[in-house]
Design a binder for this molecule. Structure first.
Ligand code: RIB
Length: 314
């Protein structure tokens, strides 16, 4: 059997406290008749689990609190076969918690107390330098401090490891100009593009290419993804129509799966088609990490839709 691709994820881990109700409340309003569940979440951890289930050997670099939420998160990573050697435990700050409201049509609202995620330091990342240097792809997002993200990017860059950068949640300030030429794959949704570039159209995305990004990959929900790479027209990768149950973590399913298939050496369009399939499958299920599909599910789903001529990616 060929060796698994190696993906290193540097990022956040949260516990998601979710209430699912008929609709989302407006400010000041209470909506009753919801039900509650708790699920493992956090953008970095979700991406790590997505990559592991898609077939990668995953190293996760993070900082968790010394509390029951941190213990539970790490137990979950072990069950997924994720390498946890470089997860630091913070003695003073609690693990991240996300309060999430999900409506019956799958829409959601999320408020996050990032806790120990905000204590991840460049030194924490430096400790995983060897793992990053040996990886087939590095994945980073923005629920941890930018200096830690920049350290991971610099280490990957030094060893020519492809960098998948997901600027989520949307940063409050534009990304530093010097960071953009270091990013191979910038994966973002229309909201994030608007915050970063002032507009959510393809011209704004092209501006990021001009600033030095290798590929801009715009995720567009059920409309699929668009990839811009300096050729005159964006390439559109169709999405899949599914019955949405819970969209929390769908973007993370996309990012983790994409990184796995990039690390595996698949052509980009094929990797994007499979990432779309993983995101579609994840919205049909409840919870962030519990909703991540396995490699077999992703490949079967994509093949089924290819045969029926829907959601074709080549
Ligand atoms: O991307 C979804 C994630 O965002 C949730 O799991 C939640 O923890 C927040 O970080």
């Amino acid at each position: 059997m060929p060796a698994k691709p190696h993906v290193v994820v540097v990022g956040s881990s949260n516990t998601d406290m979710v209430i699912r109700s008929p609709r989302l409340p407006r400010p000041g309003e209470s909506v009753v008749a919801g039900h509650f569940y708790m699920a493992a979440g956090g953008k970095g951890a979700n991406q790590a689990v997505a990559a592991a289930r898609a077939g990668a050997h995953v190293t996760f670099v993070a900082r968790l609190g010394t509390d029951v939420f941190g213990d539970q998160a790490i137990a979950g990573f072990h069950r997924e076969g994720i390498e946890c050697r470089w997860i630091a435990r913070d003695p003073k700050t609690p693990s991240g918690i996300a309060l999430i409201l999900v409506a019956e049509d799958g829409e959601n609202l999320i408020s996050v107390a990032l806790g120990s995620n905000l204590k991840l330091t460049p030194a924490d990342v430096e400790r995983a330098a060897d793992a990053i240097a040996r990886a087939g792809a590095l994945v980073v997002q923005l629920e941890v401090p930018l200096p830690a993200v920049r350290k991971a990017v610099a280490l990957a860059r030094r060893s020519r490891v492809p960098i998948v950068f997901n600027p989520a949640p949307a940063p409050r300030k534009p990304l530093p100009k010097s960071l953009l030429p270091q990013i191979d794959y910038l994966v973002l949704n229309e909201t994030e593009l608007e915050v970063i570039s002032g507009s959510s159209d393809f011209t704004a995305a092209r501006g990021l290419l001009d600033a030095g990004v290798g590929y801009v990959i715009l995720t567009r929900g059920k409309r699929g993804a668009a990839v811009l790479d300096g050729t005159p027209r964006p390439r559109l990768i169709p999405g899949y129509k599914v019955k949405a149950v819970d969209a929390v973590g769908a973007g993370d399913a996309f990012v983790g799966t994409l990184a796995t298939f990039i690390a595996e050496g698949r052509p980009l369009e094929q990797a994007l088609g499979l990432a779309n399939a993983a995101a579609a499958l994840s919205v049909t299920r409840k919870g962030a990490q519990p909703s991540m599909p396995t490699r077999t599910e992703i490949l079967r789903f994509a093949a089924r839709h290819r045969e029926s001529g829907r959601g074709r990616w080549h």
